[in-house]
Design a protein around this ligand. Structure first.
Ligand SMILES: NC(=O)c1ccc[n+]([C@@H]2O[C@H](COP(=O)([O-])OP(=O)(O)OC[C@H]3O[C@@H](n4cnc5c(N)ncnc54)[C@H](O)[C@@H]3O)[C@@H](O)[C@H]2O)c1
Length: 253
């Protein structure tokens, strides 16, 4: 059983999808969870589900691309739980568009959330991790951060940046006992897979067969399990690494 008992964990974008499942899993294992999201309704829903199940969680409305938003989120977390042990940089947006149909505005917006948001999270949480003698940061990249796909110049380059930022952070923060790893899912059954299905004209079942020899897409808990493991004491020698949770797709096809 991974050891995250009593750890204070921030999960961004925890109002839906992978982030919501991750927040619930952390709480079920005894962590104190800070659910953040721009979507207030989704964030409150995740937080209420955790507290109803007997877990500990608070909700903070946060836009991860805002520097002030990070300062406020860190201050609120420390005042609620006394410190921070784990940061899950999960919030992200997706779109599938050809190069010429991608506007500069859309490209910059995606970068500001997927890349700048991840960097700001590390920048403002790391001083708190140092005060605890170490910690773990888990960044959500994607298989799109490992290999090219048509119509993915914005999303793919953002996830490639997250992959290498993870390794840069691991190099810089290892001496402070702060571990930093990236997680690379294939399509997971959230609204992002629905976007993929709509763009390709395939059903989710057909996408499962296309993307994994296991013949199915990932469930949110497939990804949450990896994230919680990377936060736990049992993964204490893992840093700077990329964890591909893709049902074997990038190895086999
Ligand atoms: N679902 C997939 O197929 C898939 C595959 C690979 C990687 N990922 C990555 O996993 C992460 C989670 O994806 P998901 O599928 O759960 O997405 P989702 O859209 O279901 O949930 C993302 C959450 O992030 C929140 N969010 C968006 N912009 C934000 C902002 N500026 N500040 C704070 N919160 C914000 C949204 O409100 C939403 O609640 C993303 O980083 C995504 O790129 C997802």
């Amino acid at each position: 059983m991974p050891g995250v008992q009593n750890k204070v964990v921030i999960v961004t974008g925890a109002g839906a999808g992978i982030g919501a499942a991750t927040a619930r899993l952390f709480a079920s294992k005894g962590a104190n969870v800070v659910v953040t999201d721009v979507n207030e309704e989704g964030g409150q829903e995740t937080t209420e589900a955790i507290t109803k199940a007997g877990g500990h969680a608070i909700f903070i409305r946060q836009d991860v691309s805002s520097e002030q938003g990070w300062k406020d989120a860190v201050a609120t977390t420390v005042s609620a739980f006394g410190g921070i042990d784990v940061l899950v940089n999960n919030a992200g947006i997706y779109f599938i568009r050809s190069l010429e149909d991608t506007t500069l505005e859309a490209f910059n917006k995606l970068m500001s959330i997927n890349v700048t948001g991840t960097w700001l999270g590390a920048k403002y949480v790391v001083p708190e991790l140092r005060k605890r003698g170490g910690g773990s940061i888990i960044n959500l990249s994607s298989i799109a951060g490992l290999r090219g796909s048509a119509n993915h110049t914005a999303y793919g380059s953002s996830k490639g940046a997250v992959r290498l930022m993870t390794k840069d952070l691991a190099a810089e923060l290892g001496p402070d006992n702060i571990r930093v790893n990236s997680v690379h899912p294939t399509y997971v059954k959230t609204q992002m897979a629905d976007q993929g299905a709509a763009a390709s004209g395939l059903s989710l079942e057909e996408m499962g067969k296309k993307f994994s020899p296991l013949g199915r897409l990932a469930e949110v808990d497939d990804i949450a399990n990896m994230i919680v493991f990377l936060a736990a004491d049992e993964s204490s020698y893992l840093t700077g690494s990329e964890f591909i949770v893709d049902g074997g797709g990038t190895s086999v096809f």
